[in-house]
Design a protein around this ligand. Structure first.
Ligand SMILES: Cc1ncc(COP(=O)(O)O)c(C=O)c1O
Length: 388
C-alpha cells in the first residue's frame, strides 16, 4: 500500500543533505545564502505537480489542513452548506466545520464513493461546494458529479487523500475538478510523515492557497521576507524542509508503488473471482485506480463478521472497514453530532451506506509483497472465504 514500506537510505541521505548542503536551514523560505539556494519545499511542489500532470501544487502540514485551506480559498464561510459523503475520513467534516459551514453528508453507492443521485437531491440554494472523496483508491464518479456541479454552478473540491496515483479516464485524481487535496501522512501512497498537498490547474487559486499557508505573504522574491507584501491574512500551515526532503524521494517512487499495487491486486482478485457466489466486489470506476485496497461485501453483517474471524485465524487483518469505521463512517462521528446542531438523529442516518458498510470487508494490498507472500496471502484469504 504505502510509501512507508519503501523508506530507505535515499530518504535518509536526502534528510542529511538538509544539514550537509543547506547548513540545517529547515524553513521553507528565506536564508538564501545559508541554504545554498536550495529550496526543497518549492522543489517538491513543482515535482509533485509534474508527476501528476498538473500545473501547480502547494505543500502544507497535512491533508486536513489542505482541505481547510482549499475551502477557505474557495470562500467557504458561515451559512454555507458543503456536500460531502457519509463514508469519508472525519477530517472532511472537520474542515467544513472549521470554515463555519454546515456539513451535508450524502450516501455512497456501490463504488463506495459519493452517490451522484444522492448528491443532486441534497443541493439547496445554500450549497457552495461539493467534496467527493476518492475512498480507498477508487476515483468517485467524477463525470456525473462534475455534470451536476456544472448544472448548479457549484465548485468541486476532490478529497484525494486516499487516491494519490489513481487516474480517472487518463487524468490524475485531484485534477478532475476545481481543486484537489492529498495527505502525505504515514499511511498514504507517498509519505512525508505528516504533510499535505493542494493541486489545481487554476494557478491563481493555488497561489492564493500558498499565501494562506504562509500568513498571507505574497512571496515577492525581490523583497527581503520582512518587507514582503500581503493583500490578505492567512495562517501558518507551512511544510518544513525535512518533510520536503523525504517527499522529493518519495514522489520518485510513485510509479513503482502504483504499478506494484495494481499487479498485486490483480493477482488476488483473480483468485477471489472463484467466490463470486459469496462476495461482491466494489464497483471500480477506472481500472487505473490506486489499487491499494480490495473491498467486497457479503450478504449480511453476520457473514462479514464471520469472515473477519476466519481472516484473523489466518493471521490477516482488515483495512479501515470495519476496523477503523469509527473514523470513517459519519454514523459513528458522535463527537461531531453531539457538539453541533446537525444530524441529531445521526445513528439512524445514511441507511444505504450503513447497509453496505456493515456487510463489507476491506483488505490492504502492500507494495513490497514477494511472490511467496502473495501466494500465501491469496491462499489464506481463499481459505477464510471457503470456510463461510
Ligand atoms: C479521505 C481523507 N481525507 C483527509 C485525511 C486527512 O489527512 P491527514 O491525516 O494528512 O490530515 C485523510 C487521512 O487519513 C483521509 O483518508
Amino acid at each position: 500500500m504505502p510509501g512507508f514500506e519503501l523508506i530507505d537510505q535515499l530518504e535518509r541521505n536526502s534528510v542529511l543533505e538538509v544539514f550537509d548542503k543547506s547548513n540545517g536551514v529547515l524553513f521553507a523560505h528565506g536564508f538564501d545564502v545559508r541554504r545554498n539556494n536550495i529550496f526543497r519545499v518549492r522543489d517538491f511542489e513543482i515535482k509533485f505537480a509534474k508527476a501528476l500532470g498538473g500545473r501547480k501544487a502547494a505543500a502544507c502540514t497535512s491533508g486536513t489542513s489542505a482541505q481547510y485551506i482549499a475551502m477557505k480559498c474557495l470562500g467557504i464561510k458561515a451559512g454555507d452548506e458543503v456536500i460531502t459523503q457519509a463514508f469519508t475520513f472525519i477530517a472532511t467534516v472537520e474542515a467544513i466545520l472549521a470554515c463555519g459551514a454546515k456539513p451535508v453528508l450524502v450516501d455512497i453507492d456501490e463504488t463506495y464513493n459519493m452517490s451522484p443521485r444522492s448528491l443532486e437531491e441534497a443541493i439547496t440554494d445554500k450549497t457552495k461546494l461539493i467534496v467527493p472523496v476518492h475512498m480507498l483508491g477508487n476515483p468517485a464518479e467524477m463525470d456525473a458529479i462534475n455534470a451536476i456541479a456544472k448544472k448548479h454552478n457549484i465548485p468541486v473540491l476532490e478529497d484525494a487523500c486516499e487516491a494519490l496515483g489513481a487516474t480517472y479516464k487518463g487524468v490524475s485524481t485531484g485534477l478532475l475538478s476545481d481543486i484537489g487535496i492529498f495527505s502525505l501522512d504515514f499511511g498514504k501512497t507517498i509519505t512525508t510523515g505528516e504533510g499535505g498537498m493542494i493541486i489545481s490547474n487554476n494557478e491563481n487559486l493555488i497561489t492564493t492557497c500558498m499565501k494562506f499557508i504562509d500568513h498571507g505573504h505574497d512571496c515577492d522574491m525581490t523583497l527581503p521576507r520582512g518587507k514582503d507584501t500581503a493583500s490578505f491574512y492567512g495562517f501558518n500551515y507551512r511544510m518544513s524542509e525535512l518533510q520536503a526532503a523525504v517527499g522529493l524521494i518519495q514522489v520518485e517512487r510513485l510509479t513503482h508503488i502504483v504499478e506494484s499495487n495494481r499487479n498485486h491486486k490483480k493477482i488476488i482478485k483473480n483468485e477471489l473471482s472463484n467466490f463470486t457466489d459469496k462476495i461482491k466486489f466494489r464497483r471500480i470506476t477506472d481500472e487505473n485506480e490506486l489499487a491499494d485496497t480490495i473491498i467486497f461485501n457479503l450478504e449480511s453483517p453476520k457473514l462479514a463478521e464471520k469472515l473477519i474471524g476466519n481472516l484473523a485465524a489466518q493471521g490477516l487483518g482488515t483495512k479501515n472497514v470495519p476496523d477503523a469505521m469509527r473514523w470513517h463512517f459519519a454514523k459513528y462521528f458522535s463527537q461531531v453530532w453531539n457538539n453541533t446542531s446537525y444530524y441529531k438523529n445521526y445513528e439512524n442516518q445514511w441507511s444505504v451506506s450503513d447497509s453496505l458498510l456493515s456487510r463489507s470487508v476491506s483488505l490492504p494490498v502492500m507494495v513490497n509483497w514477494s511472490e511467496k507472500d502473495l501466494e500465501k496471502i491469496t491462499a489464506s484469504i481463499s481459505t477464510a472465504i471457503s470456510l463461510l
